[in-house]
Design a protein around this ligand. Sequence first.
Ligand SMILES: [Zn+2]
Length: 195
Amino acid sequence: MCKLCETKPVYEFTNKRKVCKNCFVRYFQKKFLTTIRKFNMIKRGEIIGYKKGNSFRDIVLEDLLFMFSKNGMVEIVKIQKLDVRNQKSEIRSRKSDFKIAISSTIDSESDKIVHILIKGDSKNLKEIAPVDKKVIKPLYLFLDAEILLYAKIKKLKFKKEKEKKDKISKFIDELEKKHPEIKRAILNSYLELEK
Ligand SMILES: [Zn+2]
């Protein structure tokens, strides 16, 4: 049972705390705002671009960005290319700072970290940062499972796509099954090292 409202739970955190639909949505939206603040991702008056996609990560990012823009602090625009220099002159000519939000998650980033380390390209580790120059990752502290559940509860339409996974990715997935939180731990260790 959800401890707060005594209703049926939809999600259980690794610390065994269970939450109902409403409490989960509240937790999720609050965490999104906390992530933006924690990593100083967005400042008042900025324009935030995002690329329209069909995956559950993309549509949840879009949903949350529009929720965020409702307070009038920022403007959200759809863009064609995920490249800050390559935007329409219309955006470039404005005085406001322009940033691009992408839908990286704990799963995607922990996977990249392990790949980079195994290949020994540690200079590429910089790309894993929550903010990489003008690129921000507001879903940085979410698991795919949480994002998928949010999409389902909010009835957002997305396309199921099967990600191609190599041996390393499958290995990390197996580890996560036996040791839940290992993906989060990889990302947290990375953040500690890059401080
Ligand atoms: Zn509840």
